[in-house]
Design a protein around this ligand. Structure first.
Ligand code: ADP
Length: 683
């Protein structure tokens, strides 16, 4: 064979400046490309041997990576099929590379995209090299070894050489700017990242041992990879221990996972992998770059956005598929039909695995529920399909720590917790200790109370209401017991209008001022065994405020004060006494004011009645109206002042209010110390 000189067949433009200029961010992947080419060449030889087209031995085939700092080279050597001169010409010299500019502009930040698209794996070496040499001997009988050298210009030199071992050697003369790739520690780290699970042994340096106070090289090769990673093996051959060991190897320092799922499909696309449900201890633990994507055991990326549905990005593990196009932009990836199918498949598989565990090992599933529920709720909230499947295995936990499937729970509460309009009312608590009295009250009525204190429980409750007709979730402290689940039309309060007014004023005027809280006072006949005074927080307003945390557009709700309702039980003996005492004490003072007020209101009404066509009262009556309205306002204020003065001298009223506030954790600071002092005085 003659020495040959020529130009590399790049059609539109010189490829090397392009490679250097545009691909600078991902320089390190040249190593992945060279080692995977070496592995491919090795696998091809094995395939030929299996087909009996190669008669030699394929035992102990390996790929070797070596750096020589002095010579400034990094060498990747394999014992694979090698190349003939014709093959070098065909595979290395002729690069179809048209429309380069346009393409590069489109994908300029992704080296993966360009390399994948053009099959430029080998040429990526020029990202870090000033010169690249190939020395190769084909497996074919009588083949002649070939050397190929190129210094980064379009010219190469090719000729015979004296290589006697079958296979290929790629010698990369590292550029002066890229000296880091001559450091053993850097190469070691890169091999670990990209080549850790390649299917052919990859050797880098020697195993070391401790001798005479230091580490020294032995003569045993150091194999850096696991040639048969767990996901490539048959699930039926594997034990729990195997899965745990593998997890510990890929996620060192983590607590053991809760569950895992072995993915394995070969039609209509090829995909294998293992996904683990990690134990999440707190929000800081939540990271979305834990699933690693491989392509035929070569590490590609840990950004799996688009390939895996968002909620599953909280899982860990590996996915290996040659069918995920890497040579495209993210937005294209998300629209790719194959990728969509893959994503759907993974979701379905995860759901059916969870369903299987829930069914076959209910106890384990319940034990781990609190750790996995964040994944499941997130999935149900964000993925319609997953939600449908998860309805079958999602659990509800009640305040006593019992777990129920959604359907079972429905059946359980149907009898007791259906209101007069046929709505099923789910009661829940967000704080077992804080809401203890309300929980106890509900349980004493024969109701069941769920515990909903998870990070996503607020939107989850909303989802369940949406999915189940005629179902409502109500927090135990959202209303007085009688009205949480309204069974029949409630009894009316038997008080006259003036008596009602006195009563609400007595309590309203004695409420301590609390930060960011509003109170409404109302009356209800709750029976003489119920508490005299109950503080509740409207379900609607509270939920609006809670949802504001999840939706930025609703922050307006978040800033509103908490609104509470103070319900006075007019049936309670203590209340009855307060009502009687108060009315007796203030009636005489209020009667003349009431009479004046009635008279004033009659005048106001008479003036308003003059406005027949809705255009306003006659001009000459306007002042009169205003004077009377002011007068009515004054009279009302006087009435309030009388009641307030009376109420201020009734420590029992303050005491009742404070006890109720205390029971809700609302009594703090000055109000709390006033309560304590008063309590001692009352003793
Ligand atoms: P790709 O691997 O995507 O086809 P490359 O530029 O990396 O693109 O390689 C081009 C071709 O050169 C390969 O398909 C293969 O035929 C050949 N080749 C590269 N490296 C080796 C090697 N180490 N041994 C044998 N053939 C090789």
């Amino acid at each position: 064979m003659e020495t040959q000189k020529g130009n590399i067949g790049v059609t539109t433009t010189n490829i090397f400046p392009v490679i250097k200029k545009f691909l600078y961010s991902d320089h390190e992947i040249f190593l992945r490309e060279l080692v995977s080419n070496a592995v491919d060449a090795t696998q091809k030889l094995k395939t030929l041997a299996n087909a009996d087209e190669f008669k030699g031995s394929t035992d102990g085939l390996k790929v070797t990576v070596a750096v020589d700092k002095e010579a400034g080279t990094l060498t990747v050597t394999d014992q694979g099929i090698g190349m003939t001169a014709e093959e070098v010409d065909k595979y290395i010299n002729q690069i179809a590379f048209s429309g380069a500019e346009e393409f590069l502009n489109k994908y300029k930040d992704s080296a993966n995209a360009i390399i994948g698209h053009f099959g430029l794996g080998f040429y990526s070496a020029f990202m870090v090299a000033k010169k690249v040499e190939i020395r190769t001997l084909s497996y074919q009988e009588g083949a002649q070894a070939v050397s190929w050298v190129c210094d980064g210009s379009p010219e190469y030199e090719m000729g015979p050489c004296d290589k006697s071992e079958r296979g290929t050697e790629i010698i990369v003369h590292i550029d002066d700017d890229e000296k880091e790739f001559l450091e053993a520690s850097r190469i070691s780290a890169l091999l670990y990242k990209y080549c850790r699970f390649l299917p052919v042994p990859v050797i880098f340096g020697k195993e070391q041992e401790w001798k005479d106070g230091k580490y020294v090289d032995t003569d045993r090769d150091k194999v850096i990879n696991d040639v048969e990673p767990l996901w490539t093996r048959k699930p039926t051959d594997l034990t729990d221990d195997d899965y745990l060991k593998f997890y510990r190897a890929i996620e060192p320092g983590q607590e053991d996972p809760l569950f895992w799922i072995h993915l394995n499909v070969d039609y209509p696309f090829t995909l294998t992998g293992i996904l683990y449900f990690p134990k999440i201890r707190n929000n800081l633990d939540i990271r979305k770059d834990r699933i690693k994507l491989y392509c035929n055991q070569v590490y590609v990326t840990d950004s799996v956005e688009g390939v895996v549905p968002d909620f599953l990005m909280l899982l860990q593990g590996v996915i290996d598929s040659p069918d995920i196009p890497l040579n495209v932009s993210r937005s294209y990836l998300q629209a790719d039909r194959n990728v969509k199918k893959i994503s759907t498949y993974i979701t379905k598989k995860v759901a059916s695995r969870l369903e299987e565990i829930a069914k076959n090992d209910a106890k384990q599933f319940e034990e781990k529920w609190n750790d996995i529920k964040i994944f499941i709720e997130y999935g149900m909230l964000s993925d319609e399909k997953f939600c449908e499947q998860a309805m079958k295995f999602a659990l509800l936990e009640n305040v006593d720590g019992k777990f129920f499937k959604l359907d079972d729970y429905k059946t359980l509460i149907e009898g007791e917790q259906t209101d007069k309009d046929g709505n099923l009312i789910y009661l829940y608590s967000t704080d077992k200790t804080g809401q203890y009295t309300y929980i106890k009250g509900a349980q004493d009525r024969g109701y069941d109370v769920l515990l909903m204190d998870g990070q996503l429980d607020v939107p989850f409750v909303g989802l369940l209401e949406q999915k189940n007709d005629k179902s409502r979730f109500v927090r135990v402290d959202a209303d007085v017991l009688d009205r949480l689940i309204v069974k029949a039309d409630t009894r009316q309060v038997e008080l006259t209008e003036p008596e009602r007014e006195v009563m609400t004023t007595v309590f309203r005027t004695q409420l301590p001022k609390l930060d960011k809280s509003d109170f409404m006072v109302n009356l209800a006949a709750l029976g003489e065994n119920d508490k005299p005074l109950v503080i509740t927080q409207s379900e609607y307003m509270r939920r609006m405020k809670e949802m504001a945390q999840y939706q930025p557009g609703m922050s307006f709700y978040g800033e509103m004060p908490d609104s509470y309702t103070l319900t006075l039980n007019t049936d309670h003996p203590l209340m009855k006494r307060i009502i009687a005492d108060a009315n007796a004490a203030v009636a005489d003072k209020l009667t003349p004011l009431d009479e004046q007020l009635t008279a004033t209101q009659n005048v106001i009404k008479a003036i308003r009645d003059l406005d027949k066509d809705g255009k306003g009262v006659p001009e000459d009556k306007k002042q009169d109206l205003k004077d009377n309205e002011d007068r009515a306002g004054e009279l009302r204020e006087q009435k309030t002042a009388i009641v307030a003065e009376y109420a201020a001298g009734q420590p029992v009223v303050k005491q009742l209010i404070d006890i109720a506030l205390l029971g809700n954790g609302l009594l703090k600071g000055e109000a709390l110390s006033a309560f304590l002092n008063r309590s001692i005085e009352l003793l």
